[in-house]
Structures are given as C-alpha cells and as structure tokens.
Design a binder for this molecule. Structure first.
Ligand SMILES: Cc1ncc(COP(=O)(O)O)c(C=O)c1O
Length: 436
C-alpha cells in the first residue's frame, strides 16, 4: 500500500511536473507513491497534505535539535528580519554568533557558510592552501556533502564495488564528476587503525587533510573505537596534516561542544551546520587561528552572497543561547537512552538479532546480526529489507524515521516522555507486523 494519501499524491504529481522527480534533494526521494509532501511541523511532529500526523525522527536529516518551529527561535528571527536580511557587510549578529561558537566549541575563529557542503568544501580548500598539498583521506560511509571531492565511497555507495578491505577502491557516487578528481581522494574503512597508519606512513607528505565524521552520522551513528580519533590526531600531528572534524551532524547535538568535547579530541578545523540553526540555513567552519587565517582576501577564495544572512544568524544565536542556558542536550540523552533501551528490549523480545549503534541524540541499529558494526562494510551486512519493513509499519502507525538504517534516528528536545512512550508502542506493533 502506498504511503501517500490522495491529497499528498495529487501534490506530488504536480511537483513531478515542474521539479525533476518532485524533490529538491535526491535524498528526499522515496518513490512516486511514497514520497511525502509536508504541510506543517510543530515540536516533535510533522503533518502531511492529508492531515496525517507523524512523530518525526528524521528531523530534516538532523537540524532540528529543539523542535520544529521552536517559538523562541521563530520569534528571534521575526524580530531580527524587520531590520533587513542581507547587507554584504559584517553584522552584529555575525559577530555575536562567531563569539558564541568559539566559546561553546573551543575553536579560535569562525567563518560562516550556509550549508554543510559549503563548510566542508571550504575547509578542504583551507587545508590544501595551508599545507600546500593536494590529497585528502576520508572514510567509507562518511558523507561530507555534495561537492566533487567528497562524493566517493559515501553511505550511498555499493560496498560490493569497494574492492578488498585491505585495498579499498574509490566508488564514485554520482555521474558528472571529472574522473581525475579520483586521484586526489583516498577512502579507507572507518576504525581501521592499521590501514590508516600504513597509508599515512607511505603518502603522508602528499596529504593535506584527513576529514572524518567523529561518529558515523551517515552510517547508523556507529561510534569511533576507543583511540580512533586520537590515532587520527596523532598521525596528523606527525605528518603535518590538517585534521578536519566534520561536525555537521554531531555539532551542538552530541554535546554543546560537539563530538570534540564529547570525545576530548580536537581537529585543526571543524565544520558545523544542522543543529546550529534549528532548521534555518546556517553553517560554519571553525578552527585554530593559524589555520583559519589562511583565508586571506586576495589569496584565498571563501565567499557567498547569502553567508551571514540575518535570519540564519539570528536563529543560530537563539538556538545556541537556549542550548547554553538550559539542560537541553542532557534531557535529550535521558529520553534518547530510554528510547534506545526500549527498542533494544522490543527487538530482543521479538527474537530479532540486532545491535544498537550510536549515542542517544543520534542512534541506529543493525538487524539480522549480534555483531557490533565498526564501519560501513560491516553495517551493510545487516538485514536492510527487514529494517525497511519495520519503518513502513511505523509510518502507517504515525512515527517516521528514514526508511533505511544508514540514516540515524535523530532526537530533539520536543520528543518528551509521552512521545517516547508512544513511539515504543508503535515500534513494538510495527516489529510484530513486519516479522509475521
Ligand atoms: C557529516 C555531514 N557533512 C556534511 C553534510 C552536508 O551538509 P548539507 O546537506 O547542509 O550541505 C552532511 C549532510 O547530511 C553531513 O551529514
């Protein structure tokens, strides 16, 4: 049975007429009869065009940390934009926002951008300019946005094409990327200490950056093995490589200071987006003063018409103010842990082999195995069809996550205890329906 109701379907048909495949981001495509058209969102819920209400664990792929349409953020934006939205000069909002990001994350300096893609693209350019080297190391199943250099061996890739684990092959994720870009990119399995050390000891002098998601935010939230981030830090220090912590998903979510505060390891650069603006388009690159000062006008290109726009900056200031002054993240951990424990218990009662992954603000699970996945390849050995069947049954009952398990469940402050209880009831019924 298709997920779309009649009004949603009618809108999606209109969308497909004028927007290729009816979506403005290919990640939103669930098919002709299953892609939802959303009319509104509030707190922990979204409503589709047919008035169906869903508890939302996609949270727009992570940005909503407080809740949809969170009143204090909305009011701050409304107030700020009465005095204009964009000026092509520095604004007090930008200054205050940069000061807050520095204070909360421990970076020395910040340049804003609009999206995570722009943040990682510029961060890699800074790393190249700073080191005067050209290659980068990234990890299989890590996703860093839509620019050419990082569209290899992401979570959208087929592991069967990745070659042997000890000799990984870059899998290009999109058509339209010049094939020579491949030579600048080295993909390695996440959490593989030996292969990383061996690769850097051979090619360290050519490598500008190691870019890493500090938890695998695009592969079920898989955690770094103890010492993994420290190992990357140590090798980057030894070989003069810029370590880029891609905190687009983890920043202002795993802790106020992001994954770097949670794990106690700092990159030379860090990229932020998503939770920074609670759904408004705002992102940032932060880092060590010496590295950040590479962005010198006339020598280096970083820019964008909409960067530092007032609505994005005002939303981010309001969001960070709330995060700094209230126990938001601690509450998300408490409720998220209860949700994770409940899911774990339900799957155990249903005799479904599984392993929970990630941390309560951003977690997942692998089905069909009791093994703890440590990288993209091991995650992809799980039972994805069963994962999808359970999600489809959940959606019918009023709770929505991404239909494939690579995208984690995201928690926000508006998922209160009653919502968690309701979700567990829905999840248990969905598991029963999907496993008969
Ligand atoms: C870790 C990470 N980096 C970068 C990006 C790209 O961010 P954006 O979609 O804002 O361009 C994403 C998006 O999901 C991400 O998860």
């Amino acid at each position: 049975m298709p997920i779309q109701g009649p009004k949603t379907h009618a809108y999606f048909e209109r969308a497909m007429n004028v927007i290729p495949y009816g979506v403005n981001s290919n990640f939103r495509w669930w098919g002709v009869e299953d892609t939802l058209v959303i009319s509104k969102a509030q707190g922990a819920h979204v409503w589709d065009m047919d008035g169906n209400k869903y508890i939302d664990y996609r949270l727009a792929f992570g940005p909503i940390i407080l809740g949809h349409s969170y009143p204090r953020v909305v009011e701050a934006v409304q107030k700020a934009i009465t005095n204009g939205t964009l000026f092509a000069w520095t604004t007090p909002h930008e200054v205050e926002l940069a000061e807050r990001i520095c204070r909360m994350t421990g970076v020395d300096m910040v340049r804003l951008t609009n999206t995570g893609t722009e943040a990682t693209m510029h961060a890699l350019r800074i790393a190249r300019a700073y080191t005067k080297r050209e290659k980068l190391i990234k990890f299989e199943g890590n996703y860093h946005g839509m620019h050419d250099y990082v569209l290899f061996s992401t979570a959208s890739s087929d592991p069967a094409q990745m070659g042997p684990r000890s000799k990984p092959v870059n899998v290009q994720v999109s058509r339209g990327i010049p094939k020579d870009i491949n030579q600048y990119v080295i993909n390695l399995p996440y959490n593989d200490f030996e292969l990383l050390e061996e690769t850097i000891s051979r090619q360290g002098e050519e490598i500008a950056a190691v870019i890493v998601e500090p938890t695998m935010g695009n592969t079920a939230g898989i955690l770094p093995r103890p010492g993994w981030l420290e190992k990357i830090r140590e090798l980057c220090d030894q070989y003069g490589i810029v370590m880029i912590m891609d905190e687009v998903k983890t920043g202002f979510r795993l802790a106020n200071g992001g994954a770097q505060a949670y794990f106690g390891v700092k990159g030379d650069l860090a990229t932020y987006a998503k939770s920074l603006g609670n759904g408004f388009p705002v992102a940032a690159i932060g880092g060590k003063r010496e590295v950040m000062m590479t962005v010198k006008p006339g020598e280096f290109s970083h820019g964008g018409t909409y960067i530092g726009n007032v609505p994005g900056s005002a939303a981010a200031i309001a969001t960070l103010d709330i995060l700094e002054n209230e126990p938001i993240i601690a509450t998300i951990y408490e409720r998220g842990q209860r949700l994770m424990d409940g899911i774990d218990a339900i799957l155990t009662r249903a005799d479904v082999p599984h392993k929970m992954t990630g941390l309560p603000p951003m977690f997942g699970y692998i089905l069909g195995t009791w093994h703890d996945p440590s990288d993209f390849r091991s995650y992809m050995e799980g039972d994805e069809p069963l994962y999808e069947r359970i999600v489809v049954e959940m959606i019918k009952r009023g709770a929505v996550t991404e239909t494939d398990g690579r995208e984690p469940w995201f928690m926000c402050y508006s998922h209160d205890d009653a919502v968690v209880d309701e979700t567990l009831t829905i999840f248990e019924d969905a598991v029963k329906a999907a496993t008969v």
